[in-house]
Ligand binder design. Structure first.
Ligand code: GTP
Ligand code: SPV
Ligand code: MN
Length: 613
């Protein structure tokens, strides 16, 4: 067994409570070696991972990794929030008593690191010095070197973040064990995987995966689930699955900030890395603050809602990322960036990577190419058109590599939020944008956010899989309380952000094409929204919010048909009336939902009843 004190002494880790925690888990896991890591260890760890075959070279200063084939995404059904109060159980958080889950996980982790190294990763989820610092510190313990390398890219890592805590005990205890992936019974009744956040004890215990959201505990488990819980328990902030951008208007010299919740794989990274369309690029510039998580609070001095991105990097979807859709994403993983690609296609001879949509066609010469499972493309049976890359293949890169990163992305004081938007993949009914000026209606809109059910067979036709504020997989306490907390936090601002629902994904029912070109063009409805907030345009009132008129929306250079434009700028009253029934059922599941939310629902329903066809 390792000597934890020796490892911590030599790394200069002095926080007595962290030392106690490391000793405790070193004993339970039986680790042979302990290594305390800092960001400065990156080059050495990369070299070790290359040597061990855990990473492969992907061109100058870039790396490739392949997962176990059943371990390629978060597993919502194996994810649990455990606390000591049954009242914390909600519709989506999969609540269990902490007294049941802690011993179970401890049992799985006991002896799991015999013969292995336990890496100790002290981290900070926030730019240092922010008003939310007390919620941002954590120490992840992991048995997996590539998890360390991802954490160094995705969070600020080093002993300096834990040594001088005002309260030495105020850090999240985040324990991760990958285990023996082949023998975990993925998807069987005997599934051994457990991803547990013991929220009221600020302890995270994840067993059975080395995939991003399951293994980089600073990100999803701490940055979202734990932060959402802490923000509520302390009545002080919101932790949300939000992107965060700046929009600079060079003509007026003003910069606006927009935060937005979109369910997983619904366009946050793409929106945050957006390049203004050519026709607007001289005047507007979009800057990147964050693409997956934002923490929001109210500044008592200015009365504004402020937001920051607690992360230090991007863990982005590779599929369909190309020069046209998202040049900034492509250049954020250029040679020399230290980027890591996971589960894309790889050519060891040329060290190239490829994914569906990177180019219109896959490389014509398939010599040397391996699909994401490591099988040679050249050996495929004729007609085998399985994707080369896993649909959830990802790239990992630090924020500083993102070409449009905001100059002040590292500023701990946060940025004032002008607008909060929600959007999901909705093939009909939802227009391009509808603005909402009332707080309760904005929160109601977030709570009824949804995306198309992935499998038609699972859902009622036209019914969404609701994903409140895009937090369904990350919800850590009961939804009624969650809604009340939103009203409380944003309601404390003296300058309210404007709300909006956006939809880039409406389709033509006949041939299925996207009615709106999306990607870079998405700036246009956002500019309209900010003009509406400034009183520069008035829009058109409807039962479900204010829509832009065609004249108000700057469409210079957009190629869109008359039929498509009419469809995305109008309301289908019949479909909306049907939707209100689904929403009612959805909201009824939440106990303790504030009256303001029900009143908002009834106002919208009544307006729809009164609306013309
Ligand atoms: P997570 O990292 O899972 O939280 O996802 P995300 O919300 O950041 O989604 P991301 O930006 O990675 O986009 C997911 C997929 O949606 C990608 O394949 C994109 O190409 C596609 N996508 C993003 N924006 C648009 C758009 O405006 N229009 C269309 N048609 N597709 C888009
Ligand atoms: C998501 O799934 O929403 C992500 C990626 O942002 S991860 O949670 O890491 O899978
Ligand atoms: Mn996400």
């Amino acid at each position: 067994m390792a000597d934890p004190d020796k490892a911590m002494d030599s790394a200069g880790l002095t926080n007595p409570r962290v030392r106690e925690y490391v000793r405790h888990w070193a004993e339970i896991t039986g680790a042979d070696r302990i290594e305390v890591v800092s960001a400065a260890d990156d080059a050495r760890l990369v070299a070790e991972a290359l040597d061990a075959g855990e990473l492969e070279p992907a061109g100058e200063g870039r790396y490739y990794s392949r997962s176990y084939h059943k371990d390629t995404a978060r597993s919502e059904e194996r994810t649990i929030v455990a606390t000591n109060d049954p009242a914390d159980a909600g519709q989506y958080n999969n609540w269990r008593p902490a007294s049941e889950m802690k011993p179970l996980l401890e049992g799985k982790m006991r002896g799991a690191l015999v013969g292995k190294t336990m890496y100790v990763i002290p981290y900070l989820m926030a730019p240092p010095g922010s008003p939310l610092d007390q919620f941002a510190t954590g120490v992840e313990l992991t048995d997996t070197r590539t998890v360390v390398l991802h954490m160094i890219r995705m969070a600020r890592v080093g002993v300096e973040f834990v040594n001088d805590l005002a309260d030495p005990d105020s850090f999240v205890r985040a324990v991760h064990v990958t285990g023996e992936l082949e023998s975990l019974g993925h998807g069987t009744p005997d599934d051994q995987r457990y991803f547990v956040t013991c929220a009221d004890e600020r302890t995270i215990l994840h067993f059975g995966s080395s995939y991003g959201g399951n293994a980089l505990l600073g990100k999803i488990a701490h940055g979202l689930r734990q932060a959402a819980y802490d923000g509520w328990a302390s009545r002080s902030f919101l932790g949300e699955q939000f992107m965060l951008i700046g929009i600079e208007d060079r003509q007026t010299g003003r910069t606006y900030h927009v935060a937005g919740g979109f369910p997983s794989a619904s366009g946050k990274t793409n929106l945050a890395m957006m390049q203004a369309p050519d026709a607007l690029g001289d005047r507007y510039h979009v800057t990147f603050y964050g693409d997956d998580i934002a923490w929001l609070w109210v500044d008592p001095d200015s009365g504004r809602v402020l937001a920051l991105n607690p992360e230090y990097g991007v863990f982005g979807v590779a599929k369909d990322t190309n020069e046209a859709t998202n040049p900034n994403a492509l250049h954020s993983v250029d040679p020399g960036t230290g980027a890591i690609f996971t589960n894309v296609a790889y050519n060891p001879a040329t060290q190239e990577v490829w994914w569906e949509g990177k180019t219109p066609e896959p490389p014509a010469d398939v010599t040397g190419w391996l699909d994401w499972k490591g099988h040679a493309i050249a050996d495929r049976e004729p007609g085998d058109d399985a994707p080369w890359a896993h649909p959830n293949s990802r790239f990992t890169t630090t924020l500083a590599n993102v070409p449009n990163v905001a100059g002040d992305f590292d500023d701990p004081k946060g940025v004032p939020v002008d607008a909060i938007i929600f959007g999901g993949r909705t093939r009909d009914r939802e227009p391009l944008v509808r603005a909402i000026t009332d707080l309760a209606e904005g929160v109601y809109d977030g709570l009824t956010l949804g995306a198309e059910a992935t499998f038609a067979a699972e859902g009622v036709d036209g019914q969404l899989r609701y994903d409140p504020m895009s937090m369904r997989p990350f919800m850590s306490y009961a939804e009624g309380e969650y809604a009340a907390h939103w009203l409380r936090i944003i309601g404390a601002a003296t300058e309210q952000p404007i709300f909006a629902h956006v939809n880039w994904f409406q389709r033509d029912p006949d041939d299925g094409h996207f009615r709106w070109p999306g990607y870079r063009e998405n700036l246009r409805p956002l500019l309209w929204l900010l003009q509406l907030k400034n009183g520069e345009v008035t829009g058109r009132e409807t039962a479900v919010g204010i829509l832009p008129t065609e004249e108000e929306l700057d469409l210079t250079g957009v190629e869109i048909s008359r039929a498509d434009l009419d469809a995305i700028l109008s309301i289908d009253v019949d479909r909306w009336r049907q939707e209100m029934g689904f929403r009612e059922e959805h909201l009824k599941q939440f106990h303790g939902l504030p009256d303001e939310i029900w009143e908002a629902h009834r106002r919208v329903a009544a307006a729809l009843e009164a609306a013309d066809q």
